[in-house]
Design a binder for this molecule. Structure first.
Ligand code: NAD
Length: 473
């Protein structure tokens, strides 16, 4: 059977969910279709000749504005992919209650083939094409980083927008994922990986859900295989191993994989990849040339964090993980999803699992519009109130003849007011917990809903439908 395209896969998953819902006639189609896709071809003079590039910005749903979604730099970028990713953004934002419609952009380019100066010229030119059509704008369309892009590209885009809108006081809110020194927010770089960690922690808080995957206990000692040690994969692997005691036994990259049942040193591998561009030549673990084979090794948790369409009808029967968390967008095709569901593998779906990025992007956008750092007004006031309580406790202690004392370190920890990073983490943790609970409630309470993905789509589609109904469209 031919594998559906990425966009067809997303539509098939959407259709599974709406079949279990009661949407008014016509609304089902209105929500599913992509509103518009803009294709641009532009030339940049590089190395003595004009090179032509193709880029896209797709807007899936404008039921809320601005619309939001990353910009990807990759040779695999095409219209089908950008539309699938834009649709996922609509459902993702609805699921985590970020007040945005869905969008996505991409430039068909291998960023590794250009130096920094060339990339800046290409990025600024692409941004110019989108900005002049309001496809980048603080009030209408707000991109963020995705595969192949980072804070650096976001800073160029923000600066390009500011140059073209010299009197727009909210110019920096035209894009998120910027450097902290250029309108960014603490904790954005790590946000998607951090969100994967919070998602898994929440999953392990629910005994019934763990039992469905044949797992018990918490994350401590669980074996993990991760595909893609880029922004998302690296942070997820780092936090899960350093803070939760998970054992990363496999790391799959574009040029092969590393495998060690005793656990890999995530920092050392990441450092190697940064310096050498891949895992090849890393001698501290077994190297597997056919990296995708490592997807099939036995583990508790499999984390595809690279790209779409890596778990297909071809290999899904051979996977040996009980739980898969989709840190990447669309790593499991619709056909593979059917097979894995039948096999009882629990899948924490992309639209929830990697929503940490857009959640913290939302905080950054709010910060840019309010022109003030989170915590700036309250931090010292919070400290003053805490000091008052501690002093009063100490006074009572003295009055009672010093019969008890505060535990060591309590005073320092309690007195400190929350800074921006703590507030961002708290907001992200809360968002990931609440969104998980909203989908698990549907999963566990309805007999006809047998998986978390369908539940997640149902929650998201219901919210989008309610907005359309309230607007009277
Ligand atoms: P990235 O470019 O930082 O990292 C991707 C990594 O995957 C790279 O190390 C690359 O070498 C590796 N890779 C690419 N193709 C591979 C393959 N076939 N097999 C093994 N490894 C491969 O990208 P990222 O930002 O970490 O994004 C990864 C995924 O997460 C994408 O699906 C993206 O849409 C999704 N995502 C990213 C964010 C974000 O904030 N960056 C947010 C939500 C979702």
């Amino acid at each position: 059977m031919a594998e559906p395209t990425f966009r067809e896969s997303v539509d098939l998953m959407y259709n599974r969910a709406v079949a279990l819902m009661d949407l008014p006639p016509g609304l089902e189609e209105k929500i599913r279709v992509c509103n518009s896709t803009y294709t641009v071809r532009f030339g940049v003079r590089l190395r003595g000749r004009i090179q032509t590039f193709t880029g896209y910005r797709s807007v899936h749903s404008e039921h809320m504005e601005p619309v939001k979604g990353g910009i990807r730099f990759s040779l695999g970028v095409n219209q089908d992919e950008v539309e699938a990713l834009a649709a996922l953004m609509t459902y993702k934002c609805a699921l985590v209650e970020a007040p945005f419609g869905g969008s996505k952009g991409g430039l068909c380019i291998d960023p590794r083939c250009y130096d920094e100066e060339e990339l800046e010229r290409i990025t600024r030119r692409f941004a110019y094409e989108l900005i002049k059509r309001d496809l980048i704008s603080p009030s209408q369309n707000v991109p963020a980083p995705d595969m192949g892009t980072s804070e650096r590209e976001m800073a160029w885009i923000a600066d390009q927008y500011a140059r073209m809108h010299t009197t727009d006081i909210n110019a920096w809110a035209c894009v998120t994922g910027k450097p902290e020194t250029f309108g960014g927010i603490m904790g954005r770089r790590e946000a998607t990986g951090r969100g994967v960690q919070y998602a898994l922690r929440e999953f392990f808080r629910h005994g019934e859900d763990k039992a469905e995957a044949g797992l018990s206990g918490d994350l401590d000692g669980k074996t993990v295989i991760i595909q893609g040690l880029g922004n998302v994969g690296y942070h997820a692997a780092k936090f899960l191993s350093e803070e939760d005691g998970a054992r990363i036994i496999g790391i799959i990259e574009h040029d092969g994989a590393l495998f060690d049942p005793e656990g890999l040193n995530v920092e050392a591998v990441h450092d190697w990849i940064t310096r050498h561009g891949g895992v090849s030549g890393y001698h501290e673990a077994n190297t597997v040339a056919d990296g995708e084979k490592v997807l099939e090794e036995a583990c508790d948790i499999l984390i595809p964090a690279a790209t779409e369409g890596v778990i297909t009808t071809d290999n899904s029967d051979r996977l040996n993980a009980r739980l898969i968390i989709e840190a990447a967008n669309g790593p499991i095709t619709a056909g593979a999803d059917d097979i894995l569901r039948r096999r009882g593998v629990v899948i924490i779906p992309d639209l929830y699992a990697n929503a940490g990025g857009v959640t913290v992007s939302y905080f950054e956008w709010v910060k840019n519009l309010s022109h003030i750092r989170f915590g700036r007004m309250q931090r010292r006031q919070e400290e003053a109130r805490h000091t008052l309580i501690v002093k009063e406790l100490e006074r009572l202690d003295q009055a009672m003849g010093a019969t008890w004392s505060l535990s060591p370190g309590f005073k320092d920890r309690y007195l400190r007011g929350a800074d921006e990073l703590e507030l961002v983490r708290s907001g992200l943790d809360d968002t990931m917990r609440i969104a998980y609970q909203s989908m698990r409630e549907v999963w566990q309470s309805r007999e006809d809903v047998t998986d978390l993905r369908t539940a997640a789509y149902m929650v998201a589609i219901d919210r989008v439908a309610k907005t359309y109904r309230a607007k009277g469209i």
